[in-house]
Structures are given as structure tokens and as C-alpha cells.
Design a protein around this ligand. Structure first.
Ligand code: A3P
Ligand code: MG
Ligand code: MG
Length: 366
């Protein structure tokens, strides 16, 4: 029998402003264009606006696509954490360690119907949470096998538009260090979504310290000299041009996800590329992450409150910490439209594949 955490209606979580920490990056890592792992920031990109108009479908047939059939668990994140611990000589102090994507799902839960599954284990004072990869893959397959739009545009092509926009909006070095030619030839660059820069931050919800790893699309200028200072990250998104109130309402709902995703890593600015139905980039808009909740409330079309998400996450993590206190593997499951999150112990000993041998071997030395 699972243990259950009840998801109350949003109002239940309103009115309490949970203390939150500002996320601070303490290390980072990169995947290169072959998806090889590297410590450090070699895959960091700088923001440089795309040209308007641009055809986001261009080069689709050459897309070097990340193979997401491979379960990467928390491997990259743990390698970066172990390296940081080797430098400082002590373990990080997080109560929960996971990918930003998992925390996004948790935070959106009060306003979302989405089903999700995660695996968790407890190791040396910290709960490590990964996505249940097999479940996520099944779900994705179902979604991408949906019929193409009546005009023949497939979900895969629409996904490509997002990565193409990132390629068109970034340069591999700061503004002063790239040639005009490099900037102008971005449209010919082969889109590759294996390459990623990942930021690793320490943040918190209520009294739970959380370590998150997640991809950052670009930087505006340069990392500050002092570690821990806010970084001018840029999140890039594409969305359909807003031509009526219905689309505006849907967009304001989507802003909840944008806001959560960027809030979690301390990304201050989101650049949205608006495209038409044929995937032609028509305009761009800048959003200040911290202003988004006010903006959405002012328009009054979508009803969500960021503080509800924060409060919900704080309570849920606290509950998780009361229930996951020993070795073994737990399944955390939110059924479709479910009003409960279920927690079931699925393995009695060990840590499944959540924690790598390398990480354990390192921690034993500490
Ligand atoms: P858009 O968000 O512009 O559509 P991210 O914005 O998180 O950096 O992701 C980059 C792109 O990856 C997205 O571009 C989208 O194409 C694709 N993507 C991200 N999350 C996805 C999901 N849950 N399902 C399908 N595609 C996704
Ligand atoms: Mg991205
Ligand atoms: Mg993006």
C-alpha cells in the first residue's frame, strides 16, 4: 500500500509566503555535441538576438538529435557534485538532490493535471530523486505518435522549432569575440540538442535545502566575478503568436511553467520567440522572470499564484523527508488528474541505479 500526500485545492496553499533562498550556482558542467560529459562551462552560449523573420524549419533534416532512449539517471549531476566535494573536502548540505525538471513537475502540481513518476533513494542524509525514465518514455511516445496537424506539421518538427530558435539566438563566445560572419551564418549551423550547459545550484523551500541541476540556454553578458552572485542567464522559448484572447490565456497558463523553470535556477530573463503557424519567427519579447506572476495576474486570464507553488513544494518536500529516511528505492507517482501523490517502496535495499558507483566510492572516502 502506498503512503499518500493529498494535493489540496490551490487556495489551501495561498496566503503563506514560505521563506525561499535565492538559488546560487556552486558548480556547472557541460555535454558536448557528442553528449560527452565535461566539468566546466565549455558548452555555455551567449545570447545574441535572432534575425526576424527566420524559418524555424530550416535544416530539420540535418538535426543531430539527442537520443533520449538512454536513461542518464542523475549521472552528470552526481559527477559535478563529487568534483565540487573533492575541492571543498566536505559533502554538500542538501536534503534533496534532483534535476530541475523534477522540481518543476512538483511545483506545478497544484495547477496541473499531468501524471508523472519518479524514483527516490536516501543516501547519507540526502534524498536523491530521478525521473522514472521508462514511464516518461512511454508517455513521450504516446504524445509524439499523435497525428500530425492537418497541414502535415508533426510534433517532431514543432519540437525542432524550439531548438532551432536556440541556435539562431546564441553565439559560442561573447559578443566582442565573434566575427560578423559567425553571427550571420547561424542559420546554416546544424542544430544539435545533445550539447548543453548545466548549472548546479543550492536553493531552498521552507527548511529544506535543495540541490538542483538544470540546463541554461544562454548568458546575457558574463558570469560575475564573485561566486554566488546572481547570473544574467537567459531562457529561450518559442510560442505561437498571440492573435486573440484564447491564445493569450493559453500563453499565460504556459507562463506558469516558464516562470517555475526559470525561478528554480535563478534565471532572471526569458526571451520568447513568437512564430506563426508555419514556423516562421515573427517577433520576440523579453520577460522578467520575477514580474511574470504580476503580469499574469494583471491580465486576469489565467489563474495561478507562484506562492502557492512554492508553499506546495515546501510542504511536499517536508513530507518526503519524513517518509524517506533509509536505504531502498521509492516510487513517487502522481496519477493523471490525481488528487494524491503516492509513495511506494519498490526496493528494500540499496539505491537502485539512482546513485552511481563513482559517487558512492567517492563518498566513502569522505
Ligand atoms: P520551446 O520551449 O521553445 O518549444 P527548453 O525551453 O526547456 O530549453 O527546451 C527547449 C526545447 O525542447 C523546447 O523549445 C521544445 O522544443 C523541447 N522541449 C522541451 N521540453 C519538452 C517537452 N516536455 N516535450 C516536448 N518538447 C520539449
Ligand atoms: Mg534549453
Ligand atoms: Mg529554452
Amino acid at each position: 500500500m502506498p503512503i499518500e500526500f493529498t494535493i489540496q485545492p490551490p487556495d489551501h496553499y495561498a496566503g503563506v509566503n514560505e521563506p525561499v533562498k535565492r538559488p546560487r550556482e556552486f558548480t556547472c558542467f557541460s555535454y558536448d555535441r557528442e553528449r560527452r560529459f565535461h566539468l566546466g562551462d565549455r558548452s555555455l552560449k551567449w545570447f545574441y538576438p535572432a534575425y526576424i523573420p527566420s524559418d524555424l524549419s530550416r535544416g530539420y533534416q540535418n538535426w543531430q538529435r539527442h537520443d533520449d532512449s538512454i536513461d542518464e539517471h542523475l549521472d552528470g549531476l552526481l559527477a559535478a557534485i563529487a568534483d565540487y566535494e573533492k575541492q571543498t573536502g566536505k559533502p554538500i548540505d542538501a536534503h534533496v538532490t534532483t534535476w530541475r525538471g523534477m522540481m518543476t513537475k512538483i511545483m506545478a502540481t497544484p495547477y496541473d493535471q499531468e501524471e508523472w513518476e519518479m524514483n527516490a533513494t536516501f543516501y547519507r542524509g540526502c534524498i536523491f530523486i530521478e525521473e522514472n525514465h521508462a514511464f516518461a518514455r512511454r508517455k513521450k511516445m504516446m504524445e509524439s505518435s499523435r497525428p500530425a496537424r492537418s497541414d502535415g506539421i508533426s510534433p517532431n518538427l514543432m519540437q525542432y522549432w524550439g531548438y532551432k530558435f536556440e541556435t539562431l539566438s546564441t553565439i559560442p563566445r561573447p559578443w566582442g569575440e565573434v566575427s560578423r560572419d559567425e553571427i550571420e551564418s547561424r542559420d546554416d549551423e546544424i542544430v544539435n540538442n545533445m550539447e548543453q550547459y548545466c548549472s548546479v545550484v543550492r536553493t531552498g523551500f521552507g527548511n529544506t535545502i535543495v540541490c538542483l541541476g538544470g540546463e541554461v540556454d544562454a548568458i546575457w553578458d558574463a558570469k560575475p566575478e564573485t561566486p554566488g552572485e546572481p547570473i544574467n542567464w537567459v531562457e529561450l522559448k518559442t510560442s505561437r503568436m498571440i492573435t486573440n484572447t484564447g491564445i493569450q490565456t493559453a500563453f499565460d497558463q504556459k507562463l506558469l511553467k516558464y516562470w517555475i523553470q526559470s525561478f528554480l535556477l535563478g534565471v532572471p530573463r526569458i526571451i520568447v520567440g513568437f512564430r506563426d503557424q508555419d514556423g516562421i519567427l515573427r517577433s520576440m519579447e523579453e520577460y522578467e522572470t520575477l514580474n511574470i506572476p504580476y503580469e499574469v495576474r494583471r491580465r486576469g486570464l489565467a489563474k495561478w499564484d507562484g506562492n502557492v507553488c512554492i508553499r506546495f513544494a515546501a510542504l511536499f518536500l517536508q513530507w518526503l523527508r519524513l517518509n524517506i529516511t533509509e536505504e531502498g528505492v521509492w516510487r513517487i507517482r502522481r496519477p493523471f488528474r490525481g488528487s494524491r501523490i503516492e509513495l511506494t517502496k519498490i526496493e528494500q535495499v540499496g539505491h537502485g541505479a539512482i546513485i552511481t558507483e563513482e559517487f558512492m566510492n567517492w563518498r566513502i572516502k569522505l
